[in-house]
Design a protein around this ligand. Sequence first.
Ligand code: HXC
Ligand code: NAP
Length: 298
Amino acid sequence: MFTADDLMFRPGLMKGHRILVTGGGTGLGKEMAEALLMLGAEVIICGRRGGVLEETAKELMDAHGGKVIPVACDIRVPEAIHDMMDEAWAGGPLTGLVNNAAGNFISRTEDLSTRGFDAIANIVFRGSFFVTLEAGKRWIASGTGGSVVSILTTWVWNGGPFTVPSAMSKAGLNVMTQSLAVEWAGKGIRFNAIAPGPFPTEGMSARLNPGAARDDRSSPGNPMGRVGDMRELANLAVYLLHPLSQYVNGQTIAIDGGAHLAGGGGFAGLRSWTDEQWEAARNAIKATNEADRAKRTV
Ligand code: HXC
Ligand code: NAP
């Protein structure tokens, strides 16, 4: 559970806001829901497991007061999304949407069945789009507008081998973010996205890192040597949902310690070299240069 010190914003910042967090019963969605609730927003959370949602809503309200509304909904089913939105809008217009629900698993791509691909794409690609569309139509009709934040991954920039259906689907949402940021800006609806690096959660670890220890915060391959801290993610989500970030539109912001940049160059692995290794390399290169120079005839 967060305390007030975990948030960089003043109490009451999100008062009057009503925000739907898909997949808000667990993991990152739950953390963002908690931060929004603590800052005064009314939060609607959805997922397929009604019991998990009820438990989360109770846990958050017991800790912080306020109102969390759990709505069981499978976002693969457009009619179910429509009904969920009716329920969400019953208390007034939403002011924000966090497209966070997702499915994922590691698999060699050649081992994927059609149903395996659809299991991911129908949640992430189709489901998130239909949730967005349903909210957008209502915002356009009411003229109230809103802020949409989609939770992607850094794979939208450099690919996701062994998680191809997820990477493809998230890349689609990245383009949705850029496209609707332009198309619907005049209607008061803006779009941004967050591309997190590793923020270990039960759901993610079980499917991407099966069998590995879950409490290890270190991440040797990351430039910062660690995984993400949920507070860092939650504060960024609040910033993007609040109207004072309104001019930020159509952006996908990585929160990964710089990891996706480190993978982009061919020499990223040299980050772990010692002073001695650099000295040895410098000497070896110099020796080659000198030998070459000695052979120059001009
Ligand atoms: C190959 C697999 C598989 C696997 C499932 N399938 N797991 N294929 N390898 N490991 C195939 C099944 O065999 C089946 O195809 C099809 O997928 C549907 O499987 P079901 O279990 O019936 O699907 P369903 O009950 O709909 O569950 C959906 C799910 C599940 C996506 C498969 O994992 C889920 O509910 N996930 C939600 C939570 C989640 O994934 N959280 C992680 C998000 S982390 P066949 O042909 O056999 O019938 C994340 C991190 C990103 O996104 C970035 C990290 C840095
Ligand atoms: P998680 O706890 O498994 O969260 C996924 C949530 O989505 C669950 O609450 C799940 O609830 C919900 N969901 C899945 N299918 C759904 C459906 N058809 N309809 C409605 N809800 C559905 O995993 P997480 O790690 O917190 O992931 C949250 C988001 O962050 C995802 O978009 C993920 O891709 C992204 N992300 C995570 C990481 C990370 O390191 N954790 C890194 C980059 C991006 P039900 O199963 O009850 O439906």
